[in-house]
Design a protein around this ligand. Structure first.
Ligand SMILES: Cc1cc2nc3c(=O)[nH]c(=O)nc-3n(C[C@H](O)[C@H](O)[C@H](O)COP(=O)(O)OP(=O)(O)OC[C@H]3O[C@@H](n4cnc5c(N)ncnc54)[C@H](O)[C@@H]3O)c2cc1C
Length: 468
């Protein structure tokens, strides 16, 4: 049996952020993810907003970690080479009761430590965002709000953790945990790992992992949120456009993504099913209608895909970051703003673990990480130089997103084993045709690089094979 100081369960943004933070200590860390790729849970299906922090209830972990996380992301964007852009957010008011809510949000933002917000008149809103509905009465603007590619954050945390010595195992579902006098034994199918401590960051399944050690400690309710994603439309909207918050969340937003698409959603449906990420026509219709209240000219003929993500809603409505028994830590109930808060959650949970283990910092910690080069973003001179060293960067495989073979090979080298893994790392198959053209070519490259038969390859692992 292999021995570790800490095992982190879950390869979403929470687990990878904790592993990233722990990587600066001189300890043996293992991250276990049940799927064959990282970033398979809520971390792959969300709005991709780095929230400024006006929404959470003051005094909660959500509020403090949101504001801290938003600031940390701002500096991590260059350190970890993230796909991130500070575009600002407007909360739009369409009625007198909305206007009252804006006043409350402004106060709440200040109470949470959001550094600045500005009330905009109708004219000012329409001057900045010409496609917003003329029915708008005013808006509250938060300049520190940003957009981020959620996949880029998960891979950045994981790659930086790995380069600093963290071991990452995928296709490793935790099936049982035994509490021993000096630590824990974690079972993953036929394998077992001993560890002095454990961090539970298993997303919507964190209640089940927790129950393996501390029975009936908390439960999580799955709340699904659906989206439509529109093709790239330069400058159609520039800020993230929120409605005033509703009972079950921040309501339907319209936002540019960091890659230039338009995203509309989400709704909030309690399905009772942890794995239910279906989209349903009724839900999508409501999302689209709500989006048009903010931006009437949204052109739904340009929708390229729809998707949904599942929020892990905790009973107490706040993040659960604690140590309910010695050496066992929870980072659970991490619903929105969990993506934004992730570096701060990593810092908080990671510091708790380090203190428990009395861990010392390493002196050879590597702080930076570089993303995969985007051939299409290079100048002709730089691209020619790159092609001279690796001709694969001159062969375009995904036409919609201009992704070269060199980038896809690098995605495989960094851990992609599925079509989705390639797509999330370099955007091949993410564009207008959604892989209609490049899927056969991607299968060829994956098969060649991984040395497996094409029939074995799938969209997201066993059961999703493409060829028969
Ligand atoms: C619709 C929606 C919109 C959102 N929008 C935003 C936003 O704009 N901004 C923001 O800040 N936040 C947003 N969030 C919240 C954010 O997405 C989540 O807080 C965050 O992704 C949670 O990450 P996680 O790692 O805790 O969970 P997950 O990403 O779900 O990761 C948990 C991982 O644990 C793995 N796992 C589960 N069980 C086991 C096991 N037994 N063994 C091993 N591994 C296991 C899973 O496979 C999964 O990979 C949104 C969430 C949703 C659903």
């Amino acid at each position: 049996m292999m021995d570790y100081d800490v095992i982190v369960i879950g390869g979403g943004v929470t687990g990878t952020a904790i592993a990233w933070y722990l990587a600066r200590y001189d300890i043996k860390v293992l991250l276990l993810e049940k799927e064959c790729e990282l970033c398979e849970g809520a971390s792959k299906a969300n709005s991709g907003i780095a929230h400024s922090g006006y929404d959470p209830e003051p005094g909660t972990l959500k509020a403090s970690l949101n504001v801290r996380g938003s600031r940390m992301l701002h500096s991590l964007a260059s350190l970890l080479d993230l796909d991130y852009m500070q575009n600002g957010a407007m909360v739009l008011a369409f009625s007198d009761s909305d206007l009252k809510k804006l006043e409350k949000l402004k106060e709440r933002g200040s109470a949470n430590g959001v550094s600045y917000s500005e009330m905009l008149s109708k004219d000012e809103v329409l001057r900045r965002e010409r496609n917003v509905s003329k029915d708008v009465k005013a808006a509250l603007f938060f300049p520190t709000s940003a957009i981020i590619c959620p996949f880029s954050l998960v891979y950045a945390f994981a790659e930086n953790a790995a380069v600093n010595g963290v071991e990452v195992r995928t296709s490793a579902p935790v099936t049982g945990i035994e509490k021993r006098r000096d630590g824990f034994v974690i079972h993953s199918d036929d394998l077992s790992f001993a560890s002095r401590s454990v961090v539970n960051a298993a997303g919507i399944y964190a209640d089940r992992i927790s129950a393996m050690v501390v029975p009936e400690y908390f439960s999580l309710t799955p709340r699904r949120g659906e989206y439509v994603l529109l093709d790239k439309t330069e400058g159609f909207v520039t800020s993230t456009l929120f409605r005033t918050p509703a009972e079950l969340g921040k309501g339907v937003l319209v936002t540019p993504t960091v890659h230039g698409n338009i995203l509309v959603g989400p709704d909030c449906i309690e399905t009772g099913e942890k794995d239910n990420t279906a989209t349903v026509s009724k839900g999508l219709a409501a999302v689209m209608e709500s989006g048009r209240k903010s931006v009437p000219e949204l052109n739904y003929r340009t929708i390229i895909t729809s998707f949904s993500g599942v929020r892990a809603h905790p009973d107490g409505n706040d993040f659960i970051i604690d140590m309910p028994c010695p050496g066992f830590f929870n980072a659970a109930g991490i619903e929105s703003p969990g993506l934004t808060a992730s570096p701060a959650i990593g810092e908080m949970a990671g510091s708790m673990v380090a203190e428990y283990l009395k861990a010392k910092k390493k002196n050879n910690y590597i702080e930076t990480r570089k993303k995969i080069v985007r051939a299409s973003s290079l100048s002709p001179e730089k691209l020619n130089d790159l092609i001279a060293t690796n001709p694969g960067y001159g062969r375009i495989v995904c036409r919609c997103e201009s992704v070269s073979e060199g980038e896809i090979v690098e995605a495989v080298r960094r851990g992609a084993v599925t079509l989705d893994g390639v797509k999330r790392r370099v955007r091949a198959g993410m564009g207008r045709c959604q892989g209609g053209f490049c899927t056969p070519l991607l299968l060829d490259i994956l098969s060649r690089e991984l040395n497996v038969k094409k029939e074995m390859l799938g969209k997201k692992g066993p059961g999703s094979e493409v060829l028969v």
